[in-house]
Design a protein. Structure first.
Length: 71
């Protein structure tokens, strides 16, 4: 169970990671549309950022469901 003090920062971190990785996806698509190759770090942020954000948010949702059932 995630401590109550860590829920808000984890939610903010997951949202920031999701927004940054969506921006990286847009950058990779824009560079590819211009017949170029995106840098490795941008491609990695696009590939690994969204699953990381999804896992963080899913963990927070499962934890909140468990916390409500315990009450």
């Amino acid at each position: 169970m995630i401590l109550r003090d860590f829920r808000r920062p984890l939610t903010i971190a997951a949202a920031v990671v999701a927004v940054l990785s969506l921006a990286a996806v847009a950058a990779v698509m824009a560079v590819a549309f211009a017949n170029g190759v995106a840098p490795v770090w941008v491609t990695s942020a696009a590939l690994y950022g969204l699953p990381l954000a999804f896992i963080l948010m899913a963990t927070l949702v499962v934890d909140s469901v468990r916390a409500r059932r315990r009450q």
